[in-house]
Design a protein around this ligand. Sequence first.
Ligand SMILES: NC(=O)c1ccc[n+]([C@@H]2O[C@H](COP(=O)([O-])OP(=O)(O)OC[C@H]3O[C@@H](n4cnc5c(N)ncnc54)[C@H](OP(=O)(O)O)[C@@H]3O)[C@@H](O)[C@H]2O)c1
Length: 349
Amino acid sequence: MRAVVMEEFGGPEVLRIRQVEDPVPGPGQVLVAVAYASITFVETQVRSGDGPFGRPALPRVPGNGVGGRVVAVGADVDPALVGTVVVTTTGGEGGYAELALARAQDVVPVPMGLELKDAVALLADGRTALLLYRQAEIKPSERVLVEAAGGGVGSLLVQLAAAADAHVIGAARGAGKAGLVTSLGAASYVDYSRPDWLDRVMEATGGAGLDLVFDGVGGRIGTEAIGALRDGGRVSIYGMASGCRRRTRRRPAPGPLHRCHRAHRGAEPCPGPRARRRRAESRGRRETAAGHRPDVPARGGGRRASGDRVADHHRQDPAHPRRRCARLRSEPTCPPSPLPEPEPGSGSP
Ligand SMILES: NC(=O)c1ccc[n+]([C@@H]2O[C@H](COP(=O)([O-])OP(=O)(O)OC[C@H]3O[C@@H](n4cnc5c(N)ncnc54)[C@H](OP(=O)(O)O)[C@@H]3O)[C@@H](O)[C@H]2O)c1
């Protein structure tokens, strides 16, 4: 098969198409004929050798999420899965290829009415956004700042917070994203490339300060945003797209702030007891495949491109909201496939 192989760390040009052996599914695994591979911010960092989890061994085929048809299964896997159109994590690598392996327990059938490219685009960002949203326990009318509101996770957080009746202030770089961010449900938009952006945020809160900040940018923006919290406000920290840590002397208070702060530190979206995390992740995957919640329109990106152009997607402006997946082959038609039954006691957001 053809695959995108990374033999060194560096710019997008290190992603090269190579002919490699077809993978063979082992026990508990399925083989997916990849129609779309998702592309995340973290994958661009790993490619550059500057990822949050250190440098993986090379050569490697990147790609942590795919969508396509199951074409073979290994031992101990229900053969009825063959032919099903699914989205799935690959467990970290192998997705930028014509064929990818995944654990059978990770695959999510794509329901009718959801385009495969949207399901793939939502795979990572949707799960992350839902976990963050749940942890934040947003109440109606709370003043919520979403940074990088035009980005993958940020654009979903805007929609989720708005659906919870929060007063959402979307912030991003430049004036050009205002239309997008307000169309997603933000009550107002602030351009954080302007020196007075924090004044605009405070104005948008009526001077009261923020109840909650979703910080995926870090650095100067994250630091300043935390300074606009009201006393007892909460901050959900889930990334540092600017490449810099945030610096603040403000200490988390006990209670919801502390819980939220602790829960979202670093790249881990939802630490805590293992079982709780596993349950939440599998619920997130199911709901992501179903387009989040019925009342939240899924606005994943899903820019189309051939597999030869995966590197182009890595090269694109990271601020572009439609950079989320690359097409590797023609799209299979989704059969009507029911979602798995929810786990007992899982509830809804
Ligand atoms: N996707 C996930 O599932 C996931 C999971 C855990 C953690 N994270 C972390 O969350 C953060 C955002 O991830 P994402 O997937 O939403 O990324 P994304 O779609 O690429 O969006 C990143 C956003 O960050 C903003 N940004 C600010 N400074 C930047 C800089 N120097 N370079 C690039 N972008 C910059 C950009 O918006 P403006 O240009 O408008 O500022 C951009 O829209 C990353 O730190 C990522 O590691 C993501």
